[in-house]
Design a protein around this ligand. Structure first.
Ligand SMILES: Cc1cc2nc3c(=O)[nH]c(=O)nc-3n(C[C@H](O)[C@H](O)[C@H](O)COP(=O)(O)OP(=O)(O)OC[C@H]3O[C@@H](n4cnc5c(N)ncnc54)[C@H](O)[C@@H]3O)c2cc1C
Length: 296
C-alpha cells in the first residue's frame, strides 16, 4: 500500500489531488486485501480504471484508491461463437484485438471507447448503436457489503444494465472479469471497420486534448432533430455555450459535451463550467442535465 499518491497522472483530464492510500491490483487477492484494508481502517475506497470518465477533486481522496491493473485474457471456443474472458483492467481495444486473434469479431464500435472494461461495465459503455450489455454474458464481482468478502459470478439477468448504468454502479460492486460473447467472422474486415470507426471518432471529438469524454448524460426527451432522445451536446450547443471558458477549463468548440483542460484547469474550474451549463440548459429547455462523468 502506497501513501499520498497524486492521481492527476492517472486521469485523462490530468486533474486530481492525492489519494491517502493507493494500490495497484493485479489479482483477485490484491483486490480483496485492499478492500479488507479499507474496512479495517474504516476508509472509503474506489476502483480507478483508465481514469477516462472521472473528475477527481484537487483536494484528493481521503481513502483507498485501487488502480486496476488486472489484465488476464483467455478464450473459449463455442462453435459459431467465442467467449473472450477478460479481466476488467484490460482496455476495450485490447479485448477486440485479442478476440480478432482468436477469430471472433463484432466488438469494433466499443473497442474505440477509451478506458478499461471495468469502467465500461460500470456505465454500460455505448457508442453509436452499440452497448456493452449486448455482448456481456457474466461478470465476476466482489460485493464490499458482504460480511466475508468473496468473488461471485453474476449472469446477465443480474447485472441490471441500463443507459449509463449497471448493478456495479448502483450497488457499488467491484467488477473483476467478464465473459464477452463475440462471433466468428472475417477478421480482416473487422480490422478495417475498426480503423474507420477510430477515424470517425477523431473527426467528431476533440482528439488530442485533455478531456474526460462526455460530461453529461443524453436525455430521453426529443428536443432536437431525430426521435431517439437528445444529446446533451446538442442542448449545450443550442444554449450557445460551445467554446465557453472558465479558468483553465473550456467547452470544446468541436463537441459541446466535451470539457477540456486547456493546461492548468482546477477541478473547480471544470465544476463551475458544468454548473453554468446546467443552469443555461435548464433555463432554455427546462431540462436538468445529469453528470456522466463520475465526480470524486
Ligand atoms: C475521448 C473520450 C471519448 C469517450 N467516448 C465514449 C463513448 O463513446 N462511449 C462511452 O460510453 N464512454 C466514452 N467515454 C468515457 C469513458 O471512456 C468510458 O466511460 C469508459 O468506460 C470509462 O472507463 P475507465 O476505465 O476509464 O473508468 P474510470 O474513469 O477509471 O472510472 C469511471 C467509473 O467506473 C468505476 N470503475 C472503473 N473500473 C471499475 C471496476 N473494475 N469495478 C467497479 N467500478 C469500476 C470507477 O470507480 C468510476 O466510478 C469517452 C472518454 C474519452 C476521454
Amino acid at each position: 500500500m502506497q501513501e499520498n499518491i497524486e492521481l492527476s497522472k492517472y486521469t485523462s483530464f490530468r486533474i486530481g489531488g492525492p489519494a491517502s492510500f493507493f494500490v495497484e491490483a493485479k489479482t483477485d487477492a490484491n483486490f480483496l486485501s485492499a478492500l479488507n484494508f479499507s474496512r479495517e481502517h474504516n476508509l472509503p475506497f474506489f476502483v480507478l480504471g483508465g481514469g477516462t470518465n472521472i473528475l477527481i477533486n484537487d483536494q484528493g481522496f481521503k481513502g483507498v484508491v485501487i488502480r486496476n491493473q488486472s489484465k488476464n485474457l483467455s478464450f473459449e471456443d463455442q462453435g459459431e461463437e467465442g467467449l473472450v474472458i477478460a479481466d476488467t483492467g484490460n482496455v476495450l481495444a485490447m479485448i477486440n484485438q485479442f478476440g480478432n486473434k482468436n477469430g471472433v469479431v463484432g466488438f469494433e464500435k466499443l473497442a474505440t471507447v477509451p478506458g478499461t472494461l471495468g469502467g465500461a461495465i460500470y456505465n454500460n459503455a455505448h457508442w453509436k448503436d452499440d452497448l456493452l450489455s449486448k455482448h456481456i454474458k457474466w461478470v465476476d464481482v466482489i460485493d464490499p457489503t458482504d460480511k466475508e468478502l468473496k468473488v461471485k459470478r453474476l449472469d446477465i439477468t443480474e447485472l441490471d444494465f441500463k443507459y449509463d448504468s449497471s448493478v456495479i454502479k448502483t450497488k457499488n460492486l467491484i467488477a473483476l472479469r467478464a465473459g464477452i460473447l463475440l462471433f466468428k467472422g472475417d477478421v480482416s474486415k473487422s480490422k478495417k471497420i475498426y480503423a474507420e470507426y477510430v477515424k470517425s471518432r477523431t473527426e467528431s471529438q476533440p482528439y488530442g486534448t485533455l478531456n474526460s469524454g462526455c460530461m453529461f448524460q443524453n436525455i430521453s426527451q426529443n428536443l432536437g432533430p431525430g426521435n431517439h432522445g437528445t444529446s446533451a451536446g446538442y442542448l449545450i450547443d443550442q444554449a450557445g455555450l460551445k467554446g465557453l471558458k472558465i479558468g483553465g477549463a473550456q467547452i470544446s468548440e468541436k463537441h459541446g459535451n466535451f470539457f477540456i483542460n486547456t493546461g492548468n484547469a482546477s477541478s473547480d474550474d471544470i465544476l463551475k463550467l458544468a454548473e453554468t451549463c446546467k443552469a443555461k440548459v435548464k433555463e432554455k429547455f427546462g431540462v436538468e442535465l445529469e453528470f456522466e462523468v463520475k465526480i470524486v
